[in-house]
Design a protein around this ligand. Sequence first.
Ligand code: PLP
Length: 382
Amino acid sequence: MNSPFVKNIPLLDVNRGNAPLREEFIEALTRVVDSGRFLFGPDVQQLERSVAERCGVEHAIACASGSDALLLALLALDIGDYDEVIVPSFTFFATASAVTRVGATPVFVDIEPATFNLDPACVKAAITPRTKAIIPVHLFGQCADMSSIMSLGLEHNIPVIEDAAQAIDAKHGGAAAGSMGAIGCFSFYPTKNLGGMGDGGLLTTNDPKLAERLRLFAAHGMNPRYHHKVIGINSRLDTLQAAVLNVKLKHLQEWSAARTTNALRYHEGLAANHDLGLPIALQGNEHVWNQYTVRVPNGQRNAVKQRLTEAGVGCEIYYPIPLHQQECYRSLGYRTGSLPETERAAAEVLSLPIFPELTAEEQYVVIERLEEALAPRRAAAA
Ligand SMILES: *Cc1c(COP(=O)(O)O)cnc(C)c1O
């Protein structure tokens, strides 16, 4: 094997990103400890203002997680029993579970193979009189085809909720992820591009009435104190998390740029390899590369993943089982083959390390070891 001096390369190394900011974190956290304002402290408001400004929206509402953000969006839009919500099946579970949790039915539709995002033609075909929302997911850091999806929403008077958990700072036609639909949902889970030291989430909207409802539902539906207007939940962002996120937010732009540089390096290094499908950023999209996800066709993906792991390269399958094929959704009655592009993606995808601090040298090693994993006999014979 070449490059014996580079050892294991992790899929993600949060410590490399956090270590240089250690002193700043301690200062910010100490301020919160001393203030005693562990909830609704000034850091929470500062984070809300900063994210609203970055996204170009009027309102941002912090909450406890990205999953809660999705749930709150559906509650605020009054979606519940007998309603249908169109979602991709090729996404993280929370996109659909929030729909089921409010009593509505997720309607799973297929994706565009080039971007892994909702196919607008499939969305259109799935609209019924019961459709009460569409939730496009900006998967892996690239916006879904929001121009087409927003037109469908407008035409049929259906609100669009953006699942922007993986796509903070991504753009579509110049508009930021989370600023195009009625509501945008973000996550600060540690693996996201803006990751906290625990759970966190945030909602964006331009509609002042929706903003008020989102805050109401996140606070037990209570306003004023001990007067409950609706059945809400308890979903708050800790001031400690907000303090950490405010420190990190200042670096988000440079981190996204580093991810883009890394993506270009993989493109160049892997372009000649015809055993692989490479991810692309569509024209008009600013991709923020939460994941760099290749396709390994011909049933070879699991073997390649195993060899790459054994060679010390962290890699992961996002996502191995589409949601329409999950045990908990069996009762919805989707058959194998009903969402062919989703099922093919689940069988082919493999995400490689792309975190901002990954070095060029490490990437060359990833490329080399991936090529060996793709053609082990060829490499052994050489
Ligand atoms: C991470 C993620 C969520 C959930 O966010 P949490 O903060 O982990 O609850 C929802 N949707 C997508 C697409 C995600 O990647």
